[in-house]
Design a protein around this ligand. Sequence first.
Ligand SMILES: [Zn+2]
Length: 488
Amino acid sequence: MSYDLIIKYGSVVFPYHGTVRCDLGVRAGKIAAIADEIASTAGSQVIDARGKYVFPGAVDSHFHVGIYRPHSEDAESESRSALVGGVSTLISYFRTGQHYLNKTGLYKDIFPEVQQLSSGHFYTDYGYHIAVMTAAQLDEVDWLVETAGVGSFKFYMFYKSLTLSADSTKGSAYTMAENYDLGHLYELMTRVSQIAAKHKDKARISLSLHCENPELIRVFIERAKQQGLTGLKAYSEGRPPLTERLSVHEAAILADATGCPINLLHLSSRDALQAGIDVRRQYPAHDIKLETTLHHLALDHEELDRNGIGIRGKVNPPIRTREHSNFLWEGIKNGSVDTVVSDHACCGEEHKHENDLWGSLPGFGGASILYPVLLSEGCHKRGVSLQRVAELVSANPARAFGLYPRKGCIAIGADADFAIVDMEKEQPITTEACFSAQDHTPFEGFMTKGWPTHTIVRGNVMLENGKVNDRRLGEFIRRPVALHENAA
Ligand SMILES: [Zn+2]
């Protein structure tokens, strides 16, 4: 037997199973052998992983390629950055309206353009979630699933205010949609529910929700301004956890009424995660997945304001305090959180104006520290198991978004995607170490222990000891129907 690549002497972290000392053989981009020992002579390339852990490559299922920068350029720099964090596949959100391609229309016309701007520009494998913004796009849900290779959709609960605002031209200028409200959400959930039922034997098809309530945000921002609050504290109080809680319940009621599988995104607070746990209990027959992010787990707005990071940490929903992040860590430990993501959106300092908190753009990058932050803050500091981390960032997102068992799985026949990790490697997070086009990071100076030394995509070593392989060989992964028909 001969292999293109052999990974020897490592401890392999199998999701849902545990950590086992074994060798891995890779042929034609797939895992071809898992054994106590594979002879080095059988491989064209051999990686010595002695003393290291071999994780499944991370599937970062919340990413925003091209949101604030030209799409192809952003795909190149940010998927490259993702390799640093052990990410081998990313799933990016795309929508019509302001930012991204700054246009509206039918996805039949626009999605091929997105594909064309993507092709040949990714270092990792990739897929897209699509936000259905207009009434006309509702009729494209089946086409997106069955032809375009998209298996997941998105709705932004807080964009409703944009359509409802006094200046309605401003609202529709942002979403470029007529009725972006709960009525539209109900229509969308009905469509997604139908197509999900049709293909339920093949893979999970679902709708993701950004849960914040716009009417409450309007009131609380006014209060924060009147009280003269500043910095990230003002931002968090202007969009308080109560708005997430209300929004989670609204979403769950409509999911119950329509039977639509849902994902509650970036739960930032105790209130938000507790609401997610509550609705799951309330509607046990329904499929509800709970997501949180690296920054909501690891950062605290009081510390960021003290350390002068301030506005660079502006993100939706806002970064909270330790009281909230401790509760999210409990959810990591007790199993209530399903996935952890970066919510990566490359947003340079030019868009973060120190004296204009409310007008600055939200978001920042984080894919390059996905494994490091979880290993450091989770495994080293809080006793979370390596296996659980592999589930949170790889196997669970792959299952939730129709990629499993091709991705997120260490088994014969799965894609040979790995992050080989040195659990003892200690270094601070710096802008340079992120390899991103973003010229700052709210994690600047944050100490982390546990870094990928290698990131491997379909058997290709893309990151090796801080050096990136300059071949952009990332492929679009057609989910969910095509992927599973090919496998059968
Ligand atoms: Zn996002």
